[in-house]
Design a protein. Structure first.
Length: 131
């Protein structure tokens, strides 16, 4: 999955049924297209983009590609004890395996502007039977 930080939200993208991420282009970023998804790319047609909500399966290793649309952010999941910076113009990555079902807060651990206090998301860890 891919997570893009933006003042003051997390954009979470999953590859669709084809298992591939579609192309993105910074020139395509707009209010309607916050990550600049290139809809002319066939691989982008089935990508799923959510705002401030991430769904994962318990016990399944997950790779997260982290990006920033504007300023330095820090993707932080305190209960999972993981944190990684999101740097404009660069893609960082991290992986972890959620061990327990539940709802967990996603925070930004980098002072990223006046609305930093409100940059929160929700990680929902579910059983595979729910999917």
């Amino acid at each position: 999955m891919e997570v893009t930080g933006q003042q003051f939200a997390w954009h979470v993208r999953y590859p669709g049924a084809d298992g591939r991420f579609g192309r993105t282009d910074a020139r395509l970023i707009s209010d309607e297209n916050p990550i600049g998804l290139d809809l002319s790319d066939p691989a982008a047609q089935d990508d799923i983009v959510l705002i401030n909500v991430m769904h994962l399966l318990v016990g399944r290793p997950t790779m997260i590609y982290l990006r920033s649309r504007d300023v330095l952010h820090s993707f932080f999941l305190p209960p999972m004890r993981i944190k990684m910076d999101c740097v404009p113009g660069y893609t960082t990555r991290m992986w972890f395996t959620p061990q327990r079902k539940g709802n967990y807060e996603i925070a930004c651990a980098e002072l990223c502007g006046m609305g930093h206090y409100n940059m929160k998301g929700l990680l929902v860890v579910e059983d595979e039977s729910v999917v």
